[in-house]
Each structure stands twice: as structure tokens, then as C-alpha cells.
Design a protein around this ligand. Structure first.
Ligand code: ADP
Length: 661
């Protein structure tokens, strides 16, 4: 076994590999880019080396630089993780030349599976069923169209070098073929430098079921059962589970044997995945399954296999790469219980899943144990940058059966909170809780079919959520802590009444608060609620609302609230009319936008002298007009807004240079 390895990756997978290496007493060398100097994988590894700029092409893809670090640090092997150099045959070869073990398959294996057309050909020859289609060398558009016509529509055009759901086009009828072919080729050329395509029959109700295989250097190969990855959005996996629901022993064996045959056909060594597409129009039992492609690396979703087999796949990888035989033979590999994985992404489902970047101001999950596992590369305070995949973490659960695992996953999601940037947590919860998902009525069209349930129209915060946020704001007053004042509308007058305004999406939500001896009376729109705080530890908040206990995680960051309640994530902003214009020192001349809106009137121009209290401009936001007034005497500087300009939250509206008295 090795004494020291280098991990040529970042994020959760680098951390994952480091963990197993350390459990085996193997020293670890991390590499990092500019923006990763404080990343979790750097903190975890025994040593870490800077390899270049933040762009992957300047760091994690620089084979020479990484090899050089390995040689300098005395690492005997390199684990490539997934992505980056993991399926790069030249890198595997270069490692070998340098006398360093590549923890992965041979360059030949990578090459033979690297292109979809060649892979299909090899598999077809080995007797593994492949999706009916055309994967010939003749790429003349007319020839391709004739082939597509012969296969029968709908067909899929796939870039042979494609990956990650890119370079695919669904064609419904012959008339559309040529233009979709051209657009597919353009994308393939731009993304992969290879415009070659193949044509495949498009299955209208398929499940994506993949088989984990493992080979060693002695010609042995086994399968570690299947994963169902049918829950996809734009051909990218969102939720994975193992085993595949409804899979019979016979079918499992048939698919497993086909996968082992595929691995043996290319003399495969190490961890690999054979992806099959299963035509479930008539159900799963006895359904035809076809080889789609082989991934010659560890997959993102490998943990679900680990949880049902009790095996550590990274440990297997290390052993095989070090020249040991496979730890178990086929009959010895256990299959127990059921596991799910969900991919928690920094993205905004309400805004077409736009990737989010920025600082994670809060990240918490339940305690890990037998039923819950967290694989992540970040913690509170870390940044999600524009340079890499915005995955924050994988939440992975296990239980004795699928229903149990579903309950565990609901619990895991409910116990998770992310603030500072938007994430897909609520979307994941909606999938897990969906009746069709619970019934395992799966196919790759699931998310699209149930989009209405999974991605409802913008949801207004319900009264409980508004009450939760209000309690966090009111608590310091009640408990006699610092009686800081909300500077507008907030005066504890004689009736002990006040108003709190939250911005909920673009809407102002007013809450009228009456202080009472033992609780608060909140008037939220037409609803009156009696509310009191039961427990608050800074994040976890339990309140009593009209005699019912409501529990949530509430993360307060300045005036911004992220509330995790009942598998719903809500974002509220506490609007403080006057104070929004002041910066922290109080009366400086910098006025920022109180909330996103539109400039409707401007009363001053650049260079004007203004006096404290003088109206400067009018903003329209939340269907209300807000007059922005000067807070100091001084001169307007660098002002360049015009009427009808849109302003975003926190943007500087106007700067007034204060006059010396
Ligand atoms: P990539 O390499 O880009 O991941 P794959 O060939 O693995 O592409 O396919 C990705 C996904 O696209 C599959 O999981 C499946 O959902 C869908 N898909 C691929 N081939 C077909 C097909 N012939 N019919 C229907 N869906 C398909």
C-alpha cells in the first residue's frame, strides 16, 4: 500500500478521498488554485501546494504542474477524483511514465470508453446490448438524416465526445433534423473540440440505471449492484438511490453480468460505472436495457453504493491501484437496506436554477451517523466561486427499506440550513415528499412532468414564517436586552404597539405587533396570532403560535432572514425605512438602496449643495413610493442615475460629501 498520495482535485471529492487515505494511515497531499487557498480540502490534507490560477485550465487541469508536485513531495500515487483529469488518458500515461501510480484505469481503458461511438461499438461486439442507432464514420448530414429516418423518430443526436448532458439534441421529426444536427455539432465543436455525432433511438419512458463495477489487475471484475439516477434535470442527476426500486433479483443479475462483461471486454481495472438506459414503458420487470456509456472513474453518487454494501469504494480503489486483488468476490458482496443521495447546489430554482456565488454565511446539517452522511467541501464562511461546480454538499441517507430512507432524507433536509446564497434545498424536499416519488414512479421525465409541484409559482411566506422572523426581531426587546431601535415606525409608544415590514420577494408584508405581558399579538394581514418564544439558540427557534408549536431554523444576517421551516426555505428582508439610507456610522452621506426598485423622480444633480432632510429622489419599490432624503449637509458627488433606472438591493444611490461646519 502507498504511504503518500496526491489528490488532484478539490471540493467534496478531494475531502472524501483524504478521509479514506487518512483512515489507512496514508499521508495526503492537496493541490489548490488561487481561490482555494483556504478551502476545506487544503485544511484537511497533511500538506497542500499551490498550483496556479483560479480557472481550472490554470490549475486543476495542469497535468505537468500536478505531476511535478507529486514528484517533489514524494507522493507514490495520484487520485484524480471525478471531473478535471480523471478521464484524461494522457494524464494516466504521463503518471505511468513518471513512475507514479494513477489511481484509475489504464490509458487504453479510458480511451476505449472516451468516445460514445467507439464505446458502443466495443460493447456491441462484446455482446452487451446497446441503444439501437447509427454510430458510423460517415458524418455527411444527408447520411445522418437517412439513418435517423430509418431508426424512426424521436431520435437523439449525441456528440460522441459529449458529457455532462451537453451536446445532445432531441429530434421529433425529419424536418427538424438538419437544423438540430447543426446546432448540436456547433455545441460539440465548441465544448469538446469534436463535432462527431451518433444517432440513437430516443426512449420516451426510460430509467437511468447504472451498475457499479470494479476490476483489478488480475483480470477479476465484480459488480456492486445498481443505482437509479432517473431523477434528472436537463440530463443532470439530482437525486440518486440504491438499489433501484422494483428491481428483481433476476434483472439485477442480468444487468450486473452485462456490466461485468463490459468491464472485462476492456480489461478494466479500478472503479467504473456502466450506465444503462432501461425502457420502462411496460414496467421494469423484464424491460430491455441498453448500454449507454461507461464512466471510467469514481462517480459523484458512489456513496449510495457504499451505504448499501458497507464497502468503502475509495479504499477499494487504493487497494487495486496498489496491486492488491479485489477485496471481495461477487458472492461476498452484501446488499442491505436502501440509500438516497441528493445534490445540494448553490442555485436559484425560482430563477431558472441560476448558479449562485458568494459567501456561505451559515451551513449546518444534522449530526452524521449510521443513517446520515454528509459529503462536502465547504463549511460556514467558505465561498462558492464562479470558477467551479456550485455543488455545496451531498446529503446521503440509509435505512432498512426505501420508505425508511425517504423518512431519513426528509429529516436530513429539514435539519439542513444554508444562508448567504440561494440553494435548491426546498426543491429537493419537494421531490422527496412528492407522492409519485414516494411510490417510485420514476423515469427521466419525472422532474419535467411534475415541474408544477416541484417548482411552484413564487410562494409567499405564510403567517408562521412571518411570525418566526418577527420573533427574532422582537426577542431583544422582550428579554430586556439592548433595546435597539428600528429607526422608523419603531417607537415603543405608550400602547406598546409597533409595525415590522418584511420584504417578501417584491412585496411589503406588514406585521402589526402589540406587546402584551406574556406574549405578542401579531396582526398579519387579516390574521391575528398570539405568539411567544419557547426556545432560541441563535439558529433553532421554537415559538408557540396560537397554542401550536412551530419550529424552524432562522438565520439572521443583518436585516436578511433565511428561514427553514417545514421543508420550505424563505427569504425575508426586514425593511427599515430611514435606517436603510444610513451606513453604519449613522449620518454619513452614503445612501444605499433600501430594496430593489425603480427611480421615478430625481430632484438633484451632481455637484448640488443639499441640506439635511432635503428630498433627493423618489424610488418606486414594492408598489410604494419612497422619498430618499439627505441625512447630512453637503455636496452631491458622482451622481449619475436617471429616471427609470433600476436599482438593486444595497446599491449606492447617492453620495454626499459632508461639509465641515
Ligand atoms: P452524458 O455523457 O452527457 O451524461 P449520456 O449519454 O450519459 O450523456 O446521457 C445522459 C442522459 O440523457 C441519460 O441519463 C438519459 O436521461 C438521457 N438519454 C441518453 N440517451 C437516451 C436515449 N437514447 N433515450 C432517452 N434518453 C436518453
Amino acid at each position: 500500500m502507498f504511504t503518500k498520495i496526491l489528490i488532484a482535485n478539490r471540493g467534496e471529492i478531494a475531502c472524501r478521498v483524504i478521509k479514506t487515505a487518512q483512515e489507512n494511515g496514508i499521508k495526503t497531499v492537496a493541490v489548490y488554485s488561487d481561490s482555494d487557498s483556504k478551502a476545506r480540502h487544503v485544511r484537511l490534507a497533511d500538506e497542500a501546494h499551490h498550483i496556479g490560477g483560479s480557472e481550472a485550465s490554470e490549475s486543476y487541469l495542469c497535468a505537468d504542474v500536478i505531476l511535478d508536485v507529486a514528484i517533489r513531495t514524494g507522493a507514490e500515487a495520484i487520485h484524480p477524483g471525478y471531473g478535471f483529469l480523471s478521464e484524461n488518458a494522457e494524464f494516466s500515461e504521463a503518471c505511468q511514465k513518471a513512475g507514479i501510480t494513477f489511481i484509475g484505469p489504464s490509458a487504453d481503458s479510458i480511451r476505449s470508453m472516451g468516445l460514445k461511438d467507439k464505446a458502443k461499438e466495443i460493447m456491441s461486439e462484446a455482446g452487451v446490448p446497446v441503444v439501437p442507432g447509427y454510430q458510423g464514420a460517415d458524418q455527411a448530414p444527408k447520411v445522418l438524416q437517412v439513418q435517423a429516418d430509418a431508426i424512426g423518430y424521436p431520435v437523439l443526436i449525441k456528440a460522441v465526445a459529449g458529457g455532462g448532458g451537453k451536446g445532445m439534441r432531441l429530434v421529433e421529426k425529419s424536418d427538424d433534423f438538419i437544423s438540430l444536427l447543426e446546432s448540436c455539432q456547433r455545441e460539440a465543436k465548441a465544448s469538446f473540440g469534436n463535432a462527431h455525432v451518433l444517432i440513437e433511438k430516443y426512449l420516451t419512458k426510460p430509467r437511468h440505471i447504472e451498475v457499479q463495477v470494479f476490476g483489478d489487475n488480475f483480470g477479476n471484475a465484480v459488480y456492486l449492484y445498481e443505482r437509479d439516477c432517473s431523477l434528472q434535470r436537463r440530463h443532470q442527476k439530482v437525486v440518486e438511490e440504491a438499489p433501484a426500486p422494483g428491481m428483481s433479483e433476476d434483472m439485477r443479475k442480468a444487468m450486473g453480468d452485462a456490466a461485468v462483461k463490459a468491464a472485462k471486454a476492456i480489461g478494466y481495472s479500478g472503479a467504473g460505472t456502466i450506465e444503462f438506459i432501461v425502457d420502462v414503458k411496460m414496467g421494469l420487470e423484464g424491460a430491455p436495457f441498453y448500454f449507454m456509456e461507461m464512466n471510467t472513474r469514481l462517480q459523484v453518487e458512489h456513496p449510495v453504493t457504499e451505504l448499501i454494501t458497507g464497502q468503502d469504494l475509495v479504499d477499494w480503489q487504493l487497494r487495486v491501484a496498489a496491486g492488491e486483488p479485489l477485496p471481495l468476490v461477487q458472492d461476498e458482496i452484501p446488499l442491505s437496506g436502501h440509500a438516497f443521495e441528493v445534490r445540494l447546489y448553490a442555485e436559484d430554482p425560482e430563477n431558472n436554477f441560476m448558479p449562485q456565488t458568494g459567501k456561505i454565511t451559515h451551513f449546518s446539517c444534522p449530526e452524521q451517523g449510521q443513517y446520515f452522511r454528509l459529503d462536502t467541501g465547504v463549511q460556514t464562511g467558505d465561498e462558492v466561486s464562479i470558477y467551479y461546480d456550485p455543488m455545496i454538499a451531498k446529503l446521503i441517507v440509509w435505512s432498512r427499506d426505501r420508505d425508511g430512507a425517504l423518512r431519513q432524507m426528509s429529516k436530513a433536509i429539514e435539519g439542513t440550513a444554508v444562508a448567504g446564497l440561494k440553494c435548491n434545498l426546498e426543491f429537493l424536499a419537494r421531490i422527496i415528499l412528492h407522492p409519485a416519488f414516494r411510490k417510485a414512479d420514476l423515469d427521466t421525465g419525472f422532474i419535467e412532468r411534475y415541474a408544477k409541484d416541484l417548482l411552484p409559482e413564487t410562494r409567499r411566506a405564510d403567517p408562521n414564517i412571518l411570525a418566526l422572523a418577527s420573533m427574532v426581531e422582537l426577542e431583544p426587546h422582550r428579554s430586556g436586552g439592548d433595546p435597539w431601535e428600528f429607526s422608523d415606525g419603531w417607537r415603543m409608544n405608550l400602547n406598546l404597539r409597533t409595525k415590522i415590514t418584511f420584504v417578501d420577494h417584491d412585496e411589503a408584508r406588514d406585521i402589526l405587533v402589540t406587546y402584551r405581558e406574556n406574549d405578542f399579538l401579531l396582526l398579519i394581514e387579516e390574521t391575528e396570532l398570539e405568539v411567544k418564544i419557547l426556545r432560541h439558540d441563535g439558529v433553532n427557534l421554537d415559538i408557540m403560535v396560537d397554542g401550536h408549536k412551530v419550529s424552524a431554523k432562522v438565520i439572521k444576517d443583518g436585516q436578511d432572514f433565511t428561514i427553514f421551516h417545514n421543508a420550505m426555505v424563505s427569504h425575508l428582508h426586514h425593511y427599515l425605512a430611514g435606517a436603510e439610507g444610513e451606513d453604519e456610522d449613522g449620518g454619513s452621506g452614503v445612501i444605499t438602496t433600501p430594496m430593489p426598485g425603480k427611480v421615478t423622480q430625481i430632484m438633484v444633480k451632481d455637484g448640488d449643495q443639499v441640506e439635511q432632510g432635503q428630498p433627493l429622489m423618489v424610488l418606486e419599490a414594492m408598489k410604494m413610493e419612497h422619498t430618499i432624503k439627505a441625512q447630512v449637509n453637503g455636496r452631491v458627488e458622482g451622481f449619475n442615475l436617471s429616471v427609470a433606472d433600476q436599482v438593486t438591493d444595497g446599491e449606492i444611490l447617492i453620495r454626499i460629501i459632508e461639509e465641515e461646519e
